[in-house]
Design a protein around this ligand. Structure first.
Ligand SMILES: [Zn+2]
Length: 145
């Protein structure tokens, strides 16, 4: 059965090589939807207790109220002294790359021994990142390792 967790993230970014207004530093109220597949346990009637997803919230919250920039952006050095919450990406901080950033974090956490023993049947199926209402990208399980 599929189980889904939804989060909101307020973040700032810019696409430094963009030809339009996205090259200016601006903010978004992004929405993240993460879907897992897992077996329902007969004893609990659940795939996983929703209350046990604090680890996922912690990972997604790395983006919340953060400035997200490409690591080669000159703004990184300029804003670093003032931005305790900064995420640097290898590529442009697009919705697509934020999906991939979250995928790396989530899969790394899911490979931990403590995770695999607590959530044996859980499989990451998709990550959707909605940058603005009506504009989103989804990373489906065909890519998820
Ligand atoms: Zn934007």
């Amino acid at each position: 059965m599929l189980i889904q967790k939804n989060y909101s993230v307020e973040y700032a970014h810019r696409l430094m090589d963009h030809n339009g207004k996205c090259k200016f530093l601006h903010g978004h109220s992004g929405k993240v939807k993460i879907v897992f597949d897992g077996e329902v346990t007969k004893e609990t009637g659940m795939v996983v207790d929703f209350g046990t997803f604090e680890w996922l919230k912690t990972l997604v919250n790395l983006l919340d109220h953060s400035v997200v920039l490409q690591q080669t952006d000159f703004l990184v050095k300029q804003l670093e002294p003032f931005s305790e919450r900064m995420v640097r990406l290898e590529g442009p901080p697009t919705a697509e790359n934020l999906c991939l950033f979250l995928e790396d974090l989530i899969l790394a956490e899911m490979q931990c021994v403590s995770f695999t023993t607590a959530h044996t049947s859980l499989k990451l199926m998709s990550i959707t990142f909605e940058e603005t209402e009506g504009n989103s990208v989804t990373l489906e399980n065909w890519r998820v390792k």
